[in-house]
Design a protein. Structure first.
Length: 411
C-alpha cells in the first residue's frame, strides 16, 4: 500500500489510542498547529460524565502546568482536589516525613482528579480542536500499517487510507503497535495486587494525603473533593485475596484500623477495583517512524502515584519535538527526532522505575537492620529542609530537563 497511490489523507502525526494519554497528546500537538489524526477502536464518549467508578488520577504541579498550557485544566479545575500536605511513614514507627505545600511556594503540591472528570475535560478540548487541526477516526482501527522510509501509511477498517510523518503508540501496556514493531519488553511481577476504592469519612481531610508502609505493601489515602478519599492499597497477593473477600463494612474496618480512626467512621463510596501489579519497560521507545508513549513505553509501581505524570512528560517531550520540527519545515518522523525523544525520556523513566521499585522492596523487608535504616532515612529527610524540598519538587515534576509544556510555557 503506497500513500502516494492510494490518495491517502496526510497528517503530521497519527495517534493510536483514545485513553487519557492519547487524548492529551492529540490536544498538545493539534493545539499548536500540526495536523493530527486520533484513531480509537471504540467510540469516544460524549462530554457528559459517565457514572462514577471510583478511580482517580494524581496530577503533579508540572502536569497541571501542561494541562493549563494545552487548554484542558479550565474544564476540570473546579472538580480537582488540591493536595496541601503529604504525610509518609511506617505504621509502627513514630517517625514521619511531613511535606507541606507552604515550604515550596504555597501552591498545592498536586491535585487528585476523578478519571471521569479528567476524561470529560480532555474530550471537551478535543471537541474544540476537531475539524481544524484534529481529525478523529472512532470507532475505527488500523487493519494494515506500512512504516515506509518517508511516511507511515495506514489502511483503516472503515476503508479510509491515511498517512503521516510519525505514528505515536498510546495504546496501553499491551500495545499491539509495540508488538508489531518487534520491540521487546522487560517485566517484573511484584506478587502484589493493587486495590483501589473511594471512601467517605466523617472528618474533613483538609487536603492531606497519607502513605503508610507495611511489610505486606504500601497503603495510600488521597484526598478527593468533599469528605472523600481515594484508597490505593498495594498488598501482597495473600493479604489481597483476604481483603477482596471481605464485604464493604469489613473492608472499611480494616482501613480504619490501619489509619487509627484518623478520619472518623469510614464507608465505601463506590466499587472496589483490583489488578495485579508488575513493572514493564520497553527495550526501546522508538522504531522507524514510531514512538511509544505512556503505558506502551513502561508501567511502574503505583507506590508514588507517578504513572500518569510520567506519561505526560512523554506527551510534552514528543509534542515539543514534533511542533518544533514542523514549524521549521522539517520531517518530525526522522531518526534524529526519534533519537532525541528516546534520550530525553529514557533516563527519566529508568530513574522513576528505580525509585518506585526500590521503595517497594525497602519497605517490604521487616529485618531489624533495614527498619533502623529506614527510620534514619525518614528522620534525616524530616530534619534537613533542603533535602525535603528536593524530594517535594521531584514528586511535583519540577526537576530535570523538562519540556516547555511541563514548565507552563506554550509550544
Amino acid at each position: 500500500m503506497s500513500h502516494e497511490s492510494s490518495g491517502a489523507s496526510r497528517f503530521d502525526l497519527i495517534v493510536t489510542g483514545g485513553g487519557l494519554t492519547g487524548l492529551a497528546l492529540a490536544c498538545a500537538v493539534a493545539g499548536a498547529g500540526p495536523r493530527v489524526l486520533l484513531i480509537e477502536q471504540r467510540a469516544l464518549e460524549s462530554t457528559s460524565a459517565p457514572s462514577f467508578d471510583g478511580r482517580v488520577t494524581a496530577i503533579g504541579r508540572g502536569s497541571r502546568y501542561l494541562l493549563e498550557a494545552i487548554g484542558v485544566w479550565r474544564h476540570l479545575e473546579d472538580d480537582a482536589q488540591p493536595i496541601l500536605d503529604i504525610e509518609v511513614g511506617e505504621r509502627h514507627s513514630p517517625l514521619i516525613v511531613h511535606y507541606d505545600h507552604r515550604e515550596v511556594g504555597g501552591a498545592p503540591l498536586g491535585h487528585i482528579v476523578e478519571n471521569r472528570v479528567l476524561r470529560r475535560a480532555l474530550l471537551r478540548r478535543i471537541g474544540a480542536l476537531a475539524g481544524a487541526s484534529l481529525e478523529i477516526a472512532a470507532p475505527d482501527r488500523a487493519v494494515r500499517i506500512e512504516r515506509q522510509g518517508e511516511a507511515v501509511a495506514i489502511e483503516l477498517a472503515s476503508g479510509r487510507a491515511v498517512a503521516a510523518a510519525l505514528l505515536a503508540a498510546a495504546d496501553g501496556r499491551a500495545s499491539p503497535l509495540r508488538d508489531i514493531a518487534g520491540i521487546g519488553v522487560l517485566r517484573w511481577d511484584y506478587e502484589q495486587t493493587g486495590i483501589v476504592a473511594t471512601v467517605a469519612h466523617a472528618k474533613a481531610h483538609h487536603g492531606r494525603a497519607f502513605e503508610r508502609f507495611f511489610a505486606t505493601g504500601p497503603l495510600a489515602m488521597l484526598p478527593m473533593t468533599g469528605r472523600r478519599s481515594s484508597i490505593v492499597w498495594a498488598a501482597d497477593n495473600r493479604l489481597a485475596r483476604e481483603l477482596i473477600a471481605l464485604d464493604d463494612h469489613e473492608f472499611a474496618l480494616e482501613l480504619s484500623d490501619r489509619f487509627a480512626d484518623r478520619y472518623g467512621a469510614l464507608e465505601l463510596a463506590g466499587p472496589r477495583w483490583h489488578y495485579p501489579l508488575s513493572m514493564m519497560q520497553a527495550r526501546r521507545y522508538t522504531d522507524r517512524r514510531l514512538a511509544l508513549v505512556g503505558d506502551a513505553a513502561r508501567a511502574i509501581h503505583p507506590i508514588a502515584g507517578q504513572g500518569w505524570n510520567l506519561a505526560l512528560r512523554d506527551v510534552a517531550a514528543l509534542a515539543e519535538l514534533i511542533v518544533d520540527a514542523t514549524r521549521l519545515g522539517l520531517d518530525p518522523g526522522t531518526p534524529s527526532v526519534l533519537e532525541r525523544y528516546e534520550r530525553w525520556r529514557r533516563f527519566d523513566s529508568l530513574a522513576l522505575i528505580g525509585i518506585t521499585d526500590g521503595l517497594n522492596r525497602l519497605f517490604a523487608n521487616d529485618l531489624l537492620p533495614l527498619r533502623l535504616a529506614r527510620e534514619l532515612g525518614l528522620g534525616a529527610v524530616e530534619r534537613i529542609p533542603p533535602l525535603k524540598r528536593f524530594f517535594m519538587r521531584h514528586a511535583m515534576g519540577l526537576l530535570g530537563d523538562l519540556p516547555r509544556l511541563m514548565r507552563g510555557d506554550a509550544l
